[in-house]
Ligand binder design. Structure first.
Ligand code: ZN
Length: 356
């Protein structure tokens, strides 16, 4: 029978610059998330909680995400996603990967437009505060969002900032003990606390929400009198956040290739490895539930000033809730000549996408 001789064809998707797109890796993590939602759902079924419905929906939606992918392909074998269903959940590994590609594309396009007049320069800001527990996270995010608006309203900031992109990232500390790698990265910190490798991690089960910000300034800013030192940025953020201590703030001038620099801000909210924790599913359930509630209905990314204006002028759609199929992750990503359609479906047996 012809059917049996037909070779199984797995999806091999590469970007125009030949970077492999790891669809199956992301889909596997998406299925792990769906399983975690299922476990949360079951725990609520037992106690007849109304929360059952919420997580029933989450499980279904995430499982259906990106199960069938249809691509357009040109004569040069270049491929572009044409049709797919994406669940749009805030924690979905597939959707978040698509969103970060989309943010990268949008920010790059905006910067290219601004660059035309060659009158601007760019700064990176990382704005942080102390770690918080899961119970405090939701409130802390409210505080940060308000603080961000206050911050943009300060005269000193207004004089300098011509436009900005702001993204929220939350990291979670899942290590109950201090690992070698952790110790090497923050030796001074642990030494000060008198802690060694293998000791209890003082930040275990804590959340670290922070903002990644790209700021557009005028070209002469770095030598002008409105220039703000690291100390001043730090004080302004502490004031906006109403903190009684000076938080960690990182300021960096963007040098050289701006597109590359932009990529650093294009992270989306949370790394899936922080909350899909295979070795500890109970912990995973806790983290997923905490983040799920805290991130609901929030604007996780925002543009202001000249960046917001260009976002509108360039007709870019909603960065978070908009289309995740046509994201134009690369400039000039245009197909040429005659097109064919290719469809791949997720195959549970192979745990991979198979041509259908
Ligand atoms: Zn999804």
């Amino acid at each position: 029978m012809e059917q049996l001789n037909k070779q199984v064809e797995f999806l091999e998707d590469k970007s125009f610059s030949c970077k492999v797109r790891d669809w199956s890796g992301k889909k596997k993590r998406n299925l792990s998330l769906s399983e975690i939602y299922m476990m949360i759902k079951e725990s609520y079924r037992k106690i007849h909680s109304e929360k059952f419905n919420r997580f029933f929906n989450r499980e279904e939606r995430s499982r259906m995400c990106a199960t069938v992918l249809q691509f357009k392909k040109d004569t040069e074998q270049k491929r572009k996603l044409h049709q797919a269903y994406f669940c749009q959940l805030r924690l979905c590994p597939v959707c978040n990967w698509r969103r970060s590609l989309k943010i990268f594309s949008q920010v790059s396009k905006i910067i290219q437009a601004i660059e035309q007049d060659r009158e601007h320069a760019y700064i990176f800001l990382t704005l942080t505060q102390k770690n918080v527990s899961g119970e405090e996270l939701d409130q802390e995010l409210d505080k940060m969002m308000k603080a961000w608006n206050r911050f943009l309203g300060y005269k000193k900031v207004k004089d300098v900032v011509k436009g900005s992109y702001r993204g929220l990232e939350i990291t979670y500390d899942k290590e109950s003990k201090i690992t070698k790698r952790m110790y090497q990265e923050k030796k001074d910190y642990y030494k000060k606390l008198g802690l060694k490798v293998g000791n209890k991690n003082p930040n275990f089960d804590m959340y670290h929400p922070h903002f990644h910000v790209l700021i557009v300034v005028r070209k002469g800013y770095f030598t002008s009198k409105e220039y703000l030192s690291h100390e001043v940025w730090r004080e302004l953020w502490a004031k906006a956040m109403r903190l009684d201590y000076l938080p960690q703030v990182n300021v960096k001038r963007v040098k050289g290739n701006t597109a590359e620099a932009v990529a650093e801000t294009a992270k989306y909210v949370a790394k899936d490895s922080d909350y899909v924790i295979e070795k500890d599913l109970d912990l995973s359930m806790n983290v997923v539930e905490t983040l799920d509630y805290a991130l609901e209905r929030r604007r996780l990314v925002s543009f202001s000033g000249i960046m917001k204006e260009w976002h509108k002028k360039l007709n870019l759609d909603d960065t978070e809730d908009g289309d995740l199929v046509h994201i134009d992750s690369e400039k000039d990503e245009e197909l040429e000549g005659e097109m064919t359609l290719e469809t791949y479906a997720w195959n549970v047996g192979y745990m991979n996408y198979v041509r259908v």
